[in-house]
Design a protein. Sequence first.
Length: 313
Amino acid sequence: MKKFLPIAYFVVFCALGTRAQSNVNYISGNAQQNQTHVISNPSNFPGNIKAFLENKGQFQNTFNDWKVLYGCDYQGTRILFTDKGVIYTVPQLVKLDGDAKQPDPKTQAKEQEESNTKTVYHTVSVNWENSNPDVTIEKIGERPDYFGYMDPVNFGKSIDHIKGFQKLIYHNVYPGIDIEYSFHEKQGIKYTIKIKAGYATDKLKMLYNGQQSLSLDGSGNIHITTPAGDIIDHAPVSFQNEEKVGSAFKKTSDNEIAFEIAKINSSSDLVIDPWVNPPTITTYIPDNVHMDAANNVYVFGSYAAGGFGAAIT
């Protein structure tokens, strides 16, 4: 496949101009049978794939020293799951007209080879403050497909046979507390906090870095503001013994969020269930390359605002 990638890389930029829509196919493979097949359902296209992918080198973290273990490209936003927390990278297409606002020093930027625009990447990290440094991660629900990416370090090479999963469970983030990451049934990422009976929630605190601002709206949602739009963490819904209990986010500093929980029965498990929705992104993101049985190379990307594009050579 290596000999096809330089051509494929060129075609990515052709696709940036043509902006093909969702009448195209994405090539994936079957991990169990090791066969290539076509997935034509748009819900399975890159940028809309609901799978947490093992990191085999396709996901790079240049923001901090956290080790990336899993990741996903969700509607234009790259979300990395690390040994210390979660990292969101949101792209923004900026016009080079001389008056374009310079990127915030906290963001990462790299120019895209286009005559009048560049893509600026804004990164925000979220970690569970004072959590267990030796947390273990369990992967649940392996998908039957495998995935392929262009190698971000070695140009002309690809990283293939990447496995994907439906859920990730961080065990013992705090004593007696697990956090399960999954995909929301409509949009975004859920993180379900499971507190075992007898354990308190007062240690649960999220520490943010890289955002322009952090605020709570009238509905109790967290707004993590970036120049590309807000990452919204929706107010938690909490349950104990299948009955709803009162809960809310509480801003404790400019970059810290804690949880307020109503009086509960300490002899029963507690579930806190918020979900995060990244901003809508209009930038074209080429995020997958693969080859079918006829030696056609597919370069695929997505417009998170609603369209999908592919280039085939």
